[in-house]
Design a protein around this ligand. Structure first.
Ligand SMILES: [Fe+2]
Ligand SMILES: [Fe+2]
Length: 164
């Protein structure tokens, strides 16, 4: 009988799916940034907006559900403090990108640096925070996955409504 490991469906795996999705979007952006094709600037603007939206929702569900749950379940919370600081700097950059009028060279630089921040942050989540979460006692990561999923859907439709 084929079995799915529990870890493949837990809260961490849901979050890591977002990480991979956004990583691909940053790669696509990089290709567009080097493209001379007509329409590239418009595509870059749109993709940058999508990246910002994905990251905003992702950060919010982590901050509302995942990090607080983890904070109660583990003793050493330095990592979570660092994660909060990393989220704050990413949000500043996201705000600058969203506020920019034209995708000029500085715009590309901002998206690139945001991608680097996120890479670094994702590594810490994957290699340290998720490991601690999965080892923590009394943390129901399967139930948390459902909470994260539901909240994500809610936030996404709110944001889509705003931009429509
Ligand atoms: Fe995070
Ligand atoms: Fe994350």
């Amino acid at each position: 009988m084929p079995t799915t490991k529990r870890s493949e469906q837990d809260a961490c795996s849901l979050l890591d799916t977002d990480h991979r999705k956004v990583k691909k979007m940053f790669k696509d952006y990089e290709a567009l940034a080097h493209s001379k094709a007509a329409g590239a600037p418009e595509k870059k603007r749109e993709l940058a907006n999508q990246i910002c939206m994905e990251l905003t929702v992702h950060a919010q569900i982590e901050e509302e559900i995942f990090y607080p749950g983890l904070r109660e379940a583990i003793k050493e919370t330095d990592l979570l403090d660092e994660a909060a600081v990393e989220h704050a700097s990413a949000k500043e950059l996201i705000a600058q990108i969203q506020a920019a009028a034209e995708p000029d060279e500085m715009f590309d630089a901002k998206v690139t640096v945001l991608g680097e921040y996120i890479d670094h942050h994702v590594k810490e989540e994957r290699n340290e925070i998720f490991v601690k979460a999965r080892a923590a006692h009394g943390l129901d990561l399967m139930a948390m996955r459902e909470q994260l999923e539901a909240r994500k859907e809610e936030l996404m439709s709110e944001l889509m409504g705003e931009t429509a």
